[in-house]
Design a protein around this ligand. Structure first.
Ligand code: FES
Ligand code: FES
Length: 149
């Protein structure tokens, strides 16, 4: 089957009905999306599917045919980081960084849909993303700053 990832078509092997996360990491070498819970609960594996942040660990690859997938690697443009990535770096948000790609993917979609976010709206929208290092206050601050910009 062919799937569209980061604006490129890729031929992938669906033997064993792999999850989208497995295909991204093991067949396409896109390792920015991380495996955390494997149950759709932590957000570490989130990618955009037709613009919607989605846990790729519970998404069968067969279900994404004809859809547009964007991973953390696909956010940069011609070698330049996405503005949301820039702000997260400037603010030195993360500790271990394991949650970073899922956080940034979710934040990017959130800001694109509503740049006038309240703190509560940010916190509500980020509930599906867990940070084991508890950097939530810095994450919320960075999202507010990125939205402002
Ligand atoms: S690894 Fe996919 S949501 Fe946790
Ligand atoms: S920075 Fe460690 S899990 Fe978020």
């Amino acid at each position: 089957m062919r799937i569209n990832v980061n604006n490129k078509e890729h031929a992938v092997d669906l033997s064993g009905n792999p999850s989208l996360l497995d295909v991204l990491r093991e067949q396409l070498d896109l390792t920015g999306s991380k495996y955390g819970c494997g149950e759709g609960a932590c957000g570490a594996c989130k990618v955009l599917i037709n613009g919607i942040p989605t846990p790729s660990c519970i998404t069968p690859t067969v279900s994404v045919q004809g859809k547009k997938i964007v991973t953390i690697e696909g956010l940069e443009n011609e070698g330049k980081l996405h503005p949301v990535q820039e702000v997260f770096l400037e603010e030195d948000v993360f500790q271990c960084g394991y949650c970073a790609s899922g956080m940034i993917i979710t934040a990017t979609a959130l800001i694109e849909n509503n740049p006038n976010l309240t703190k509560q709206e940010i916190q509500d929208a980020m509930q599906g993303n867990i940070c084991r290092c508890c950097t939530y206050p810095d994450i919320t601050k960075a999202i507010a700053k990125a939205a402002e910009q």
